[in-house]
Write a protein that binds this ligand. Structure first.
Ligand code: SF4
Length: 423
């Protein structure tokens, strides 16, 4: 039997309910805690002495077996029918897991089939150029994921004979595959008991085990990875139970107002038994996101508009946008519009007649907010452009597609009212 959390530092007799309903009372980092009447779901008078290590390991195994046994049939009957659940193709599952990071299922539903139609296997993706991968990703956001997926596909094509590895250790060597994605691909595609903990799974495990210390509640908590591993090892089909853990967090054990009455594992849930579902996990105090106040400079040459390919690092790396200039210290005469000198410094182009639009475009990233003030200027002459700039024709978009924020800016400039086609 695997040792789950190692030996107790204090191997003295602990108090444990004979029914082992309180196996969760050991919290990694906090050690053993003496159960009180409130800790035991069956009430006072059922405690009897046990030795910590054996009773705890038995308890975890029992807990894991229980969760796995209940989740399996529940998932088979209640899961949402999603395209990536109809396949065992590890490449397709890998794509779906990368798309689902930080992105809602409803959004991924549209992109996933289109992406797979364009890049149906790892070889096709590996052979594609980055611009076409970014184009297929255009609008999904977090473009670093697309670049890493592309790099990962090249690695699999070159180093793994074009076959997605089936074990966590080998999957972790693929660029862009972290512990969660490795666990997801190994368990869902290859039916291996490979732990996976994302925010949804962490919330389920925190509540089930009554973990109240915020340090041990998130998806990085070692205790959760060990618990998930134990649950998948106890499962008849790790593929089903891995997805069930995620599905439970996404549809039943939701952040606010979990529907505990519909939950297949509620008899073993400590948070529910103690009325702590709104306190576990602890609400996060998020610091306000920093704001960038920027000019979004629309430089026209006749009917053509200038677009700028952003640097290879940082926000929207390698994506097309309008030239952006901080507003602070870069205002034009009388404090109006963008400073023409600042535009020249940034783009190398001489421009005239700045006209600030009345609208403001706000774009919220995960940890940053852009407040963009579009401003029209006219270029003087028809100068040579640096490699990271391009003119686009009316109604067209640059090759490789544009991110959402650029679409918002183009809409503010009325560019989108013309039929869009790639330049
Ligand atoms: S009983 Fe409620 S809180 Fe506990 S795991 Fe189920 S849904 Fe979550």
């Amino acid at each position: 039997m695997p040792k789950i959390w190692g030996k107790s530092k204090n191997p003295s007799v602990c108090w444990w309910p004979s029914q082992k309903l309180c196996a969760h009372r050991f919290t990694p980092g906090s050690g053993w805690q003496t159960p009180t009447a409130g800790d035991c779901q069956i009430g006072v008078g059922f405690f009897k002495p046990h030795f910590c290590n054996s009773c705890y390991i038995d308890g975890v195994t029992d807990f894991a077996r229980y969760i796995a046994t209940r989740l399996d049939p529940w998932f088979r009957q209640n899961h949402r029918d999603l395209a990536w659940r109809r396949t065992r193709d590890p490449y397709a599952i890998w794509v779906s897991e990368i798309m689902l990071q930080q992105t809602r299922v409803d959004t991924v539903k549209d992109y996933y089939p289109r992406f797979l139609k364009r890049f149906p296997d790892v070889g096709t993706l590996a052979a594609a150029d980055q611009a076409s991968v970014l184009e297929a990703w255009s609008g999904l956001g977090y473009y670093r994921r697309a670049r890493l997926l592309h790099r990962g596909a090249k690695y699999v094509a070159d180093e793994c004979g074009g076959k997605v590895p089936d074990r966590v250790e080998a999957l972790r060597k693929v660029p862009g595959i972290g512990p969660y994605t490795a666990g997801a691909v190994a368990s869902i595609a290859f039916d291996r008991p490979a732990a996976l903990v994302d925010g949804n799974v962490a919330r389920v495990l925190s509540r089930l085990q009554g973990v109240q210390d915020p340090k041990h509640q998130d998806a990085k908590a070692a205790g959760h990875w060990q618990a998930a591993q134990a649950i998948l090892e106890a499962a008849k089909s790790p593929r089903i139970v891995a997805q069930a853990l995620m599905e439970l967090g996404a549809t039943v054990c939701t952040p606010a107002n979990p529907t505990c009455l519909m939950c297949p594992v509620r008899p073993r849930c400590v948070a529910r038994a103690r009325g702590l579902t709104s306190e576990i996990p602890a609400p996060k105090k998020r610091a306000p996101s920093p704001r960038d106040d920027l000019w979004a400079v629309a430089i026209y040459s006749g009917k053509n508009l200038l677009v700028h390919k952003r640097p290879d690092k940082g926000l929207l790396a390698g994506m097309w946008c309008l030239p952006l200039i901080p507003r602070e210290g870069n205002r034009g005469r009388g404090g109006k519009g963008v400073s023409l000198a600042a535009v020249r410094r940034q783009t190398g182009l001489r421009v005239r007649a700045a006209k600030e639009l009345e609208t403001m475009v706000k774009h919220v990233f995960t940890h940053r907010v852009w407040e963009l003030h579009p401003c029209r200027v006219e270029v003087v002459g028809r100068p040579e452009l640096a490699a990271n700039y391009a003119w686009i024709d009316p109604g067209t978009l640059p090759a490789g597609g544009v991110p959402k924020v650029t679409k918002k800016l183009l809409a503010a400039l009325d560019w989108g009212s013309r039929p869009a086609k790639s330049a």
